[in-house]
Design a protein around this ligand. Structure first.
Ligand code: MF3
Ligand code: CO
Ligand code: CO
Length: 251
C-alpha cells in the first residue's frame, strides 16, 4: 500500500532528510585516504546523534553500523570495519539513513578519494546523471515505470548495467515502503505518481554486468565480476509540479 503524506507529514520528513543530507555531506568532507571505513562511520554516527536523530541503519535487520560504506567493486551495504582502510584512487559509496521525529530520511553518493581512474570518474558521473534523469520523471501523472525506464536507458546507453536484484523504494515512517522503484522497466507501467508520494530513487550501476554477489558477511553486495560500481540516491516528494528533493542540506 502506497502511503500519501500530508503537508504536515512532509514538513517533518524534510527535517529527517535534511539531517541525512547533512550527514552525507559530512562524510564527503571527512573521507580521506588512510582512514578506516569504521572511522568514517563513527563520524557519521556522531553527527546524526548530535542532531537528535537516530541512524536507522544501526540494527536494521541486524546491520551492525550507522551507515553503509561500499568501496570500489562494492555496490551497497558495505559494513564499516576497522580493517578496511580507504586508499588514494578508491571510490567510496556512503549511504545514510536517519530517523527523526518518527520519519525516515535516506540518501547516498559515491565519493572519489584523491585522483581516481578515468573509468571511475565516468561510472560515477553516469550514475549521478542517471539519478537526475529519474528525478525528472517524478511528476504527477507519470508512472513509476517512467522513472525506471529513464534511469535504465541512460545507464545502458552509456555502456553500463543496472542492477536488478536491489531497487529504490517508497519511504515514510518506514525506511522501505511501497512502491518499489526499480532502475529498470518500461515507461508507462507501474503505479501512477501522485502528489504526497515520497520515494527514494537510487540508481545502482555496475561496470560489466547487471549481476551482483553477496559476500560471506551476508551484507556486502559486489559487482559480480569484481569491476567498479556506483550508487547515488535522493529522497524526493511528488508535488503538483516539480519533484521536491528532500535530501538537500537545507530548504
Ligand atoms: N539506505 C539503504 C537504502 O537505500 C538501506 C540500508 S539498510 C542497511 O535502501 F541495513 F543496510 F543499512
Ligand atoms: Co539509502
Ligand atoms: Co534507499
Amino acid at each position: 500500500m502506497i502511503k500519501i503524506k500530508s503537508s504536515a507529514e512532509l514538513r517533518l520528513m524534510l527535517e529527517a532528510n535534511e539531517i541525512a543530507a547533512q550527514a552525507l555531506a559530512l562524510a564527503g568532507r571527512t573521507v580521506r585516504a588512510g582512514m578506516s571505513t569504521w572511522e568514517l562511520d563513527k563520524a557519521v554516527h556522531d553527527f546524526i546523534v548530535s542532531k537528535g536523530a537516530v541512524p536507522s541503519s544501526l540494527g536494521y535487520a541486524g546491520f551492525p553500523n550507522s551507515c553503509c560504506i561500499s568501496v570500489n567493486e562494492e555496490l551497497i551495504h558495505g559494513i564499516p570495519s576497522k580493517k578496511k582502510i580507504i586508499k588514494e584512487g578508491d571510490i567510496v559509496t556512503v549511504d545514510v539513513t536517519t530517523l527523526y521525529k518518527g520519519w525516515q530520511g535516506d540518501n547516498a553518493r559515491t565519493f572519489k578519494i584523491g585522483t581516481v581512474s578515468p573509468e571511475a570518474e565516468r561510472i560515477m558521473k553516469v550514475t549521478e546523471e542517471a539519478l537526475w534523469k529519474g528525478i525528472e520523471q517524478a511528476v504527477p501523472g507519470n508512472r513509476v515505470g517512467d522513472i525506471s525506464a529513464a534511469v535504465q536507458q541512460y545507464v545502458e546507453s552509456n555502456g553500463y548495467h543496472v542492477v536488478r536484484q536491489f531497487v529504490g523504494h517508497g519511504i515514510g515512517a518506514e525506511m522501505h515502503e511501497d512502491p518499489e522503484v526499480p532502475n529498470f522497466g518500461k515507461a508507462g507501467r507501474g503505479p501512477r505518481l501522485v502528489p504526497g508520494m515520497t520515494i527514494c530513487i537510487e540508481p545502482m550501476v555496475n561496470e560489466t554486468t547487471p549481476e551482483v554477489k553477496i559476500l560471506g558477511d551476508k551484507w556486502t553486495v559486489v559487482e559480480a565480476n569484481g569491476h567498479l560500481s556506483a550508487h547515488f540516491e535522493h529522497c524526493i516528494a511528488i508535488t503538483n509540479d516539480k519533484p521536491l528533493i528532500m535530501t538537500l542540506e537545507s530548504h
